[in-house]
Write a protein that binds this ligand. Structure first.
Ligand code: ZN
Length: 836
């Protein structure tokens, strides 16, 4: 046992003194019988200090043994450090104190090393569950137990004081089974639960909390009092988008969403080594230097620390860093780069504490234990799914004026650098960590996580969903009617050790599968789920393997899997019911009808085409409406609208016809029409110019759809290829015109074609749709001898099409980039636009 606090004795705050009184009253020593109670203190309110200080004075003083259960390796270390500090100050009656810190992490002791003489065993809940609840059979058939179990059984004759950190997890299956088992072994036992968030909405979970903590809450500090009394600084949360696009492939998605693990090392590595990103972090500090004040930056790699420090120093900032050899997975080089010994770290920390440094950059060293109360700003350089880690980082800045935070510290800045993840990931956020209800942007109740809904609608608008036979389903089909909020506790092994965390998810329910979900709930409640379903460690494969065969008659897995998440929802719901014993709460999507795009065409019945476009545009741009959140681009919204209009006025999509069909099919119009059309339009798509040929289908398009009153006359018919006809939808565009019919430019859309058509066709289509007419006269791109059109193309438009529309810098740039990157003409460097 060491003594690393240099004899400094920490003075408790008023709320901690009050907590001591409450603990004295609730847990009188000696321990006799069972008592359980909760101590509720907000993040940075000194939970660990309060508990360890009191235990050292009252419990250890009486030689009562202590079992400290924590949910993660971080919390384990925090408790150990705190015991070492407090015990050295307070214990006068004892000469020795044996503390053992146990987890599956290699930095801690192995559970086999526990000795019966240990006074304090600090262990992760996961390890405790497996070691205390399981036993094996020896060679002679005798019962064999693990060391932790033996240690607990050894307390049976005397007394035991149990502390459960993050006690809101107590009702989780493994944890409550562990506590129940310990109570069976020991009669005289106290259980103290520590938490920042003591309440639970679910009655059943509340029930378990009440059972374990039968004396209720012994003391709860009001966070607002702590702000008011300047014990805590009020946090100001600042999100900084880095602009870095991060793809989320299925593997990563599965790791984070289904397995609940944190970002993998290879991705952390990518982010940590992104110098543009690191420069942004540095410049954010420089730009806000005055406001940020004394700043602690959490980084991920020693190289990143050194880089940030170097850049800060170049800008005249007094900066240094601390990290350990294990701070980056890459071993530092032999020449000493990346090597930092404890002395260097201590010196940097001392300078930072003394105010001789403005910024200290670290890799997970200052998440706990090390205390620099006057830190004004914490910069967290990336998202994490670990709520505990996230809370620890935030906590570093929350010391108020009275707690050494410094005279001008009214608020603490929490700056979080957020990357642009391409799918919705359940990163830790403020609301589920600090227990602080203010300043936290909340998801509006009744509005689902819009990304879920949006993905489907956007895919629908892009015709990217290949549900056979479902092409004509209304958009509402893809709009959930509500969702089940599931919540359960999972045990995960991350690269930094083990952690228990609460997994929350929103499970979308659609009109089609609503009934199936209800039957699933009935089945799961009726069916006596085997105990192991409630385990925090059960794998998704195990659940799927056991449950799916039994619910084959409940779900039609093809029909019911609207969004591709059906299996995940089944896993979530099964785990929720197994652990909590209640069905998850259903939250209806209340404003769903407002966003049923199939209702819009009717609403717009009195408007003419330009007025509709104007209305759609203004609806889309109205920030009070959700359209722009549901459809990522205005074009997609208009496309979806056109599809809706089509569904309303037409029974089916236009049928593709081949040349033979054009001649043979007499159902729709006379052969004369077809021949006349083919002749008039030169067997070519009227828009892009693709010719009828092998594998290319042309379609006859009614310029004004029949259901909107369009006639089958030559003037109202045009031949289009499939791509152009899809793009046109029910928009009223006549490619018989060479001159644009609109008075101001529409938004410019790069229409992508996956077929192997000529570059001329692709570019012509894009421009013609932009002008909503057959505006392109010629595209000169292929004349190589003089080099005149080879690298600088010439696009000629028919007279009457304003060339300045297309000459807009942004449009030309987009088009050029498209020609270079997607059509493969990399040597093209400019486009000239002219009229003939
Ligand atoms: Zn075409």
């Amino acid at each position: 046992m060491g003594n690393n606090n240099n004899g400094h004795k920490r003075t408790p705050f008023a709320h901690q003194m009050e907590a001591f009184d409450a603990l004295n009253k609730t847990f009188p020593v000696r321990v006799s019988g069972y008592k359980g109670s909760l101590l509720v203190l907000p993040t940075a309110g000194g939970k660990t200090f309060t508990a360890t200080n009191w235990i050292c004075r009252l419990i250890l003083h009486h030689n009562i043994k202590v079992l400290w259960l924590a949910q993660s390796s971080y919390l384990l270390d925090q408790a150990t450090k705190s015991f070492i500090q407090e015990s050295s100050n307070i214990l006068h009656t004892r000469k020795t104190l044996n503390i053992r810190t146990v987890s599956s992490n290699t930095s801690h002791a192995n559970s086999g090393s526990i000795e019966l003489s240990d006074d304090i065993v600090i262990v992760t809940t996961q390890t405790a569950i497996s070691d205390a609840l399981n036993e094996t059979t020896g060679f002679k058939g005798e019962r064999q137990t693990f060391k932790l179990r033996q240690w607990i059984e050894n307390c049976a004759e005397s007394e035991l004081f149990v502390v459960l950190d993050e006690a809101h997890h107590a009702p989780a299956y493994g944890c409550r089974t562990l506590l129940t088992e310990i109570r069976k072994i020991i009669d005289n036992i106290y259980i103290l639960g520590l938490t920042a968030t003591p309440t639970h909405n679910d009655q059943r979970i509340r029930g378990w909390l009440d059972k374990i903590f039968d004396r209720g809450i012994c003391y709860q500090a009001d966070i607002n009092d702590l702000y008011k009394n300047n014990v805590l600084a009020r946090p100001k949360y600042i999100n900084k988008p880095t602009g870095r696009d991060m793809d989320v492939d299925d593997k990563l998605y599965d790791r984070i969403v289904t397995q609940h693990k944190d970002l993998p090392e290879n991705i952390i590595e990518i982010l940590a080594n992104d110098s543009a990103r690191n420069n942004y972090i540095v410049s954010d500090y420089i730009n806000n230097k005055m406001e940020y004040g004394k700043t602690l930056i959490f980084a991920d790699r020693w190289v990143q620390c050194e880089y940030i420090v170097e850049k800060l120093r170049e800008n005249g900032v007094r900066a240094d860093c601390v990290y350990s050899m294990s701070s980056g997975k890459k071993v530092p080089s032999i020449d000493g780069v990346g090597r930092r010994d404890n002395k260097q770290n201590e010196l940097a920390l001392k300078e930072f504490r003394a105010g001789n440094l403005d910024v200290l950059v670290n890799v997970k060293m200052l998440t706990e234990g090390v205390d620099v109360p006057d830190i004004k700003t914490v910069m967290i350089t990336r998202n994490t799914t670990s709520g505990i880690l996230f809370t620890q980082m935030i906590g570093r800045a929350l010391r108020g004026k009275k707690a050494g935070g410094g005279e001008d510290k009214d608020t603490a800045n929490i700056v979080l650098f957020v990357d642009n993840w391409k799918r919705l990931l359940p990163f830790a956020n403020i609301s589920d960590t600090t227990g602080d209800s203010e300043d936290v942007p909340k998801v509006k109740r009744g509005v689902p996580p819009l990304e879920w809904v949006s993905i489907l609608l956007v895919k629908r608008a892009c015709k990217d969903i290949e549900f056979i036979g479902k092409e004509n389903l209304p958009c509402k089909y893809y709009m959930p009617i509500g969702w089940y909020e599931t919540e359960y506790v999972v045990s995960i092994e991350n690269d930094d050790g083990e952690e228990m965390l609460t997994a929350s998810d929103s499970n979308m329910v659609y009109e089609t599968n609503n009934g199936s979900f209800k039957r699933l709930m009935d089945f799961l409640i009726e069916y006596d789920l085997p105990e192991f379903f409630a385990s925090e460690r059960i794998s998704s494969e195990k659940i799927i393997g056991d449950i799916i065969p039994q619910i084959n008659n409940i779900f039609n897995f093809e029909e019911d899997d609207v969004d591709g998440n059906l299996k995940r929802s089944i896993i979530n719901i099964t785990r929720h019911i197994a652990q909590n014993g209640t069905i998850p709460e259903f939250i209806p999507f209340e404003i769903r009808d407002q966003y049923d795009i199939d209702r819009l065409p009717e609403k717009h019945a009195m408007l003419n085409s330009p007025q509709r476009m104007a209305q759609l545009r203004s609806d889309y741009e109205d920030s009070r409406l959700l359209w722009s959140k549901l459809y990522k681009k205005l074009e997609m919204f208009i496309q979806a609208y056109n599809d809706a209009e089509w569904r309303k006025y037409c029974n089916s999509e236009p049928e593709p016809i081949s040349e033979e069909e054009i001649i043979e099919d007499n159902r729709r119009s006379t052969e004369d029409y077809r021949l006349a059309l083919l002749s008039r339009d030169n067997k070519k798509c009227r828009c892009c110019g693709r010719e009828l040929g092998k594998g290319i289908k042309l379609e006859i398009d009614h310029i004004v759809p029949v259901k909107m009153g369009g006639q089958t006359t030559l003037e109202n018919l045009q031949i289009l290829c499939k791509t152009c006809n899809m793009e046109k939808g029910v928009q009223l565009i006549s490619f018989l015109n060479n001159k644009t019919q609109v008075v101001e430019p529409m938004s410019f859309k790069l229409i992508r074609s996956n077929s192997s058509e000529s570059v001329e066709c692709s570019v012509t289509r894009i421009i013609n749709f932009f002008y909503r007419a057959n505006a392109v006269c010629s595209i000169r791109y292929n004349q190589r001898s003089s080099g005149r059109y080879y690298s600088k193309w010439l696009i000629q438009l028919h007279e009457g099409n304003p060339i300045n529309w297309l000459q807009l810098q942004a449009y030309r740039k987009d088009l050029l980039k498209y020609i270079q990157d997607e059509l493969g003409w990399r040597h093209v460097y400019d486009i000239e636009i002219a009229t003939i």
